[in-house]
Design a protein around this ligand. Structure first.
Ligand code: C2E
Ligand code: CA
Ligand code: CA
Length: 790
């Protein structure tokens, strides 16, 4: 409440102060003004009083003068009469000592007797000897003042016995001469009064204010003969008062009004000031609050950023699945260690590569994360076996670990440590309620020359590992000079991979897919090659795993899709209308997980004006299982766009055909239908046949891959397989050659163009130089077809 009205406090104080000070000032100024007024009035009243005194003196003088004149001519005694020569003029009469009129002017006898009787009835004390003033005496409506002078001749008797000469005058006339009326024009009220000698109330003779004057400025009018000091000498009293009073109300009102105005202004100003002060205070508080909030947010953001930075750093250097340090981290450490050797801070180091065998099998049977779990367990065991040894352990690949050993005393000491690592896997692993025995192969390289590059060190360890694998060595294999040979190291490829796309080192080959019935090319599979500047032309098995792990596969696949669509557009223009064909592109699981692939494909198809039917995608089971929901959403979308899907490498994995029903596949590609499986040929055939049967039941078309012989092609056809792909028909070839084969219904061979044959009847040139039975059987149809089109 108090707080709510607190903004009134200052204005109230201001107004009060102004009022108090103003009132004090006004009081002072009013007092001073009234003092001034009084001084002025005193001066004015004195002037007027003196004028009246002068007039009265003149009246007395006249009486004295007449008396003197009369004294000379008159006899003595109370009855002495002035001579007739002194006949009374107007304004003069003679009087006996007893107060009877001796002689008076003709017209004024009554007036004279009125004056005389007044004198006679006045107190004896007042009847002094010598000149005296008398009156004012009422005569009719007039007031008469008179001056008396004794006629004291040498012959006259005692003072009380001489006659008097009286001069008299109308009071109004006397006052008019004394210019009493000018007071009115000077804004004074006035009053002429006489105090009763017997202390009766004052009698007012003339006044401008009937009600009388309050607190007037007064001045006694003395008898001329009386000395100034005589207290009783006041004959009359003149009092004046300013008409506006001593405190001029109008000016006062104006001043009070002004004061009120100033007080109001001060209050208003103070109010405004407090208000704006309050406003700016609250604005300041709000700004401070905002600032605080911004500060807090900023601090939060910084913290978040630091956290992110840390997690980025962690993600940059660690494997997402096992949390182990990754390749990048390992390479960094190796680089540092090599630098330390160069600067002789270290003497010898060893790089060890450990490959866990059958890890892929575990991942296929127990699930994708199982292999990661196993790898992590293996890593923990390795770390345990190296207790007390300075080392770095990292995940090197899907089934590989890399160990960097610092401070290795000798090559044989390195061998000992590497063997320890080899032994780490001896005990079976506990994994998801299974006891698993796994094998590992270990290769290592010892480095004591600082001139070696990290890539070289890894290449050597990798070569040693490949020897260990080749020899199924139960001990770790150390790198020896001369081991190099033709083996290509994978380890140094990663760095090169990142720039390969920019350097246009990737190329595509195309392998025809053939309709086994009609022996014509229905489509081609795009297969990636890397023209490595040092290693030469590399097949996917050399770099694909690294490309997937390094994420390079995503931009590479986008590049492939674009390249393939452009090619398809070109081929469509060059092929006769109605000629259907497709180009299939292999999609890795990593690519499916990357966002925006669907939109990208749609955009490319749109841009190149290629119908979706000209494009197909091939996918392996493994990639799909690890992420069913994402894969399914993307594949459904592709299928809805009209792109047909092929399940690749079917029969090599460990999953069942039931997976097929989860995804919208149109084709199944059967990998090595006869070659890879163990067991009798009959058993193989039975499996392949069963697969084909199942595919037919599921309305899937089957493509047999790796068809290398005529016999295989023939058997497959008999088993009900519709399409085939393999060296028997054509190896992967350049785009132009693939087009030639596609264009020419019979041309699988690159050796002899079909058109060069003189024979009108088309002859099928096969790599093996043999003619398929089915081909022979269908020959007549084909030639019919051929002749009908030509
Ligand atoms: P895949 O999809 O099963 O491709 C068929 C592989 O078998 C190709 O190997 C091909 O050259 C080879 N091949 C074809 N006919 C025969 C034959 O009669 N006998 C033998 N022994 N081999 C034959 P390539 O080109 O080395 O490709 C290997 C794998 O790499 C492919 O297997 C595929 O999974 C993957 N791959 C190839 N190109 C790409 C690609 O562009 N993207 C993705 N993600 N993977 C690709
Ligand atoms: Ca394929
Ligand atoms: Ca395949």
């Amino acid at each position: 409440m108090l707080r709510r009205h607190s903004h009134w406090v200052l204005p109230l104080i201001a107004a009060t102060v102004v009022l108090l000070v103003g009132a004090r000032l006004i009081t002072l100024s009013v007092r001073e003004r009234s003092e001034q007024l009084r001084v002025t009035a005193q001066r004015v009243v004195a002037t007027r009083a003196r004028s009246i005194e002068t007039e009265l003196a003149a009246l007395s003088e006249r009486a004295r003068h007449e008396a003197a004149r009369g004294a000379g001519a008159m006899g003595a005694g109370p009855d002495a009469t002035p001579p007739d020569s002194l006949h009374s003029e107007r304004g003069i009469f003679w009087m006996r000592p007893d107060g009877s009129v001796l002689r008076a002017p003709a017209g004024d006898a009554a007036m004279a007797s009125a004056v005389a009787s007044e004198w006679a009835s006045s107190a004896a004390a007042a009847r002094r000897a010598g000149t005296a003033l008398l009156g004012p005496v009422r005569y009719g409506s007039q007031w008469i003042v008179a001056a008396l002078a004794p006629i004291s001749s040498p012959r006259a008797g005692a003072a009380g016995a001489v006659p008097w000469c009286v001069s008299y005058e109308d009071l109004d006339a006397l006052l008019a001469r004394a210019r009493l009326g000018s007071l009115v024009s000077e804004d004074y009220d006035f009053e002429l009064s006489q105090r009763d000698p017997l202390s009766g109330p004052a009698r007012v003779f003339v006044g401008s204010q009937p009600s009388g004057l309050i607190e007037p400025a007064a001045r006694p009018i003395r008898e001329p003969a009386a000395p100034a000091s005589a207290a009783a000498g006041a004959f009359l009293t003149l009092a004046i008062r300013p008409r506006t009073g001593w405190y001029p109300a109008r000016e006062l009102a104006a001043e009070i009004g002004l004061l009120a105005l100033i007080a109001w202004a001060a209050a208003f100003g103070a109010y405004d000031l407090t208000h704006s002060l309050k406003r700016s205070q609250s604005a300041l508080a709000a700004a401070r609050k905002r600032l605080h909030a911004v500060n807090e947010r900023l601090a939060g953001e910084i913290e978040q950023r630091e956290h992110l930075q840390k997690s980025f750093e962690h993600a940059r250097y660690h494997d997402a699945f096992t949390g182990l340090p990754n390749r990048r981290y390992f390479m960094d450490q190796l680089d540092r260690a090599l630098r330390a050797i160069r600067t002789r801070r270290r003497q010898r180091i060893a790089v060890v590569l450990i490959e866990i065998e059958r890890l892929r099998l575990i991942s296929d049977s127990l699930g994708h994360t199982a292999s990661d779990e196993l790898l992590l367990q293996a890593a923990q065991r390795c770390a345990q076996s190296l207790t007390g040894v300075e080392h770095v352990l990292a995940r090197w690949g899907a089934d590989k670990l890399a160990v960097l050993l610092y401070e290795v005393e000798s090559a044989s000491a390195a061998q000992g440590l590497a063997d320890r690592l080899q032994q780490a896997r001896a005990e079976p692993f506990e994994l998801r309620q299974h006891r698993l025995s796994v094998n590992s192969r270990v290769g290592f390289a010892t480095i004591d020359s600082g001139l070696q590059r990290a890539e070289d060190a890894l290449r050597e360890a990798d070569l040693a590992l490949s020897i260990a694998k080749e020899q199924q060595s139960p001990r770790a294999v150390g790198y020896l000079a001369g081991m190099g040979g033709a083996a290509v190291s994978l380890v140094s490829l990663e760095a090169d991979l990142h720039v390969a796309l920019d350097r246009r080192e990737f190329v595509l080959l195309f392998q025809p897919i053939v309709d086994l019935h009609g022996q014509r090319v229905v489509g081609v599979e795009a297969l990636l090659r890397w023209r490595h500047p040092v290693e030469g032309l590399l097949t996917p098995d050399k770099f694909l795993a690294i490309a997937e792990e390094a994420g390079v596969i995503v931009p590479v696949t986008r590049w492939i899709i674009q390249r393939v669509c452009r090619l398809a557009a070109e081929w469509r223009l060059r092929l006769p209308q109605q000629r259907d064909f497709y180009i299939s592109v292999n999609l890795s699981a990593a690519v499916l997980r990357a966002p925006g692939l669907r939109e990208y494909v749609a955009q490319v198809l749109h841009d190149t004006h290629v119908p979706a039917a000209n494009l197909k995608f091939e996918l392996t089971e493994g990639g799909l299982i690890s992420n069913v929901s994402t894969a399914r959403a993307v594949l459904d979308a592709f299928h809805d766009m009209g792109i047909e899907l092929m399940l690749d490498d079917f029969g090599t994995g460990y999953s069942s055909l039931s997976y097929l029903q989860l995804f919208p596949f149109d084709y199944v590609k059967i990998d090595r239908p006869f070659a890879s499986r163990t067991g009798s040929e009959r058993a193989n055939n039975a499996i392949t046949s069963a697969i084909l049967q199942m595919a037919a039941n599921l309305s899937l078309r089957a493509v047999a891959e790796v068809v290398e012989t005529q016999a295989a092609a023939q058997t497959l056809l008999q088993m009900g397989c519709d399409f085939g792909q393999g060296y028997f028909f054509s190896p992967p070839v350049e785009a132009e050659e693939a087009f030639r084969q596609l264009h020419n219904p019979d041309g699988f061979s690159t050796r002899e163009p079909v058109g060069e044959d003189d024979d009108d009847s088309p002859t099928l040139m096969l790599p093996a130089g043999v003619i398929l039975e089915s081909r022979i059987k269908d020959d007549s149809d084909a030639s019919e077809e051929e002749s009908s089109t030509t």
